[in-house]
Design a protein around this ligand. Structure first.
Ligand code: SAM
Length: 278
């Protein structure tokens, strides 16, 4: 096949910053990402952001089936060429964020997600899989290095936050590969990393909504104590807030960021039982 840059030129393709178009062309890196995602001949894979189809083609060779979403229709003639012969691959020219998850999952069975995501949409896309997906087994994303650190953070660190807890609730996150900015065309201003989130050993909560609200209030104001955030968010007296935290086994005077995701889960169950949230 011709060089990707020649194919893009031939079709008069212009990179669009608004869609976060930073493409990967290095075959070794593409192969490594496919391996990082654990794709094999039995895998069904969802990709978000087909771009010029380089990762899609690598996924197509390794997987049973690939469904790839791309917002930019001007890539259609490019993809006709780059994905020729990829009979197991379907490109859906739609904004993934506007798709209903039940339509995305319809007829797929269990699947993996693998994507070199546009940076501006990383967290919203991940949240959709964490909160809405039923049959997702794992998510492997290329993200900004600092975002990767937040995804895989431990409690009581500056990187730890609401997204860390949301991920830990569903499974485990590992930063599997650092990727320098020089690997992308055009070159972004930041380095990246591949993260893999396996939807396996998370923890159960009584109410998903209560958990989300608890996490939100725990990080409402990071400098304030959990007790103060609880009082402010739920309009409680100090005494009542203390009592609730004590029943969740939370020490006095701590900030929300000191609680592990599972401890936040336990607190959310108590707040839910008391009818305060959820
Ligand atoms: N997968 C290709 C690669 O690795 O070279 C392209 C990656 S590029 C970082 C991200 C791609 O996502 C772009 O082609 C962009 O047009 C597409 N995109 C951006 N927002 C999208 C959305 N909401 N839904 C579907 N595709 C989107």
């Amino acid at each position: 096949m011709e060089e990707l840059s020649d194919i893009l030129k031939k079709h008069g393709f212009a990179f669009k910053k608004k869609f976060g178009q930073n493409f990967i062309t290095d075959f070794n890196l593409l192969g490594a990402i496919v391996r990082d995602a654990g794709v094999d001949e039995n895998s069904t894979v969802i990709e978000i952001g087909t771009g010029a189809g380089a990762l899609t083609r690598a996924l197509s060779k390794a997987a049973k089936k690939v469904v790839s979403y791309e917002i930019d229709r001007t890539l259609a003639p490019v993809l006709e060429e780059t994905l020729s012969g990829c009979a197991n691959t379907e490109v859906v020219f739609r904004d993934f964020m506007k798709e209903k998850m039940e339509d995305v999952e319809d007829g797929l069975g269990n699947y993996l997600v693998c994507a070199n995501l546009p940076y501006y949409v990383t967290t919203p896309v991940l949240l959709r899989f964490l909160e809405e997906a039923k049959n997702c087994r794992s998510v492997t994303f290329m993200v900004q290095e600092e975002v990767a650190a937040r995804f895989a953070a431990k409690e009581n660190t500056p990187e730890y936050g609401a997204i860390t807890a949301a991920i830990a609730h569903r499974g485990t996150c590992k930063v599997v590969r650092k990727v320098p900015r020089t690997m992308f065309t055009p070159r972004p201003n930041v380095d990246s990393a591949v993260v893999r989130i396996d939807f396996t050993d998370g923890f159960a909560v009584k109410s998903e909504r209560a958990f989300r609200e608890t996490v939100k209030l725990a990080f409402l104001s990071r400098r304030k104590t959990l007790e103060n955030n609880l009082m402010n968010a739920l309009h409680l007296s100090r005494e009542r807030a203390k009592e609730l935290l004590a029943s969740a086994g939370v020490k006095e005077g701590v900030r929300g960021e000191t609680l592990s995701p599972a401890e936040l889960g336990k607190l959310s169950d108590i707040l839910c039982d008391k009818g305060l949230i959820g």
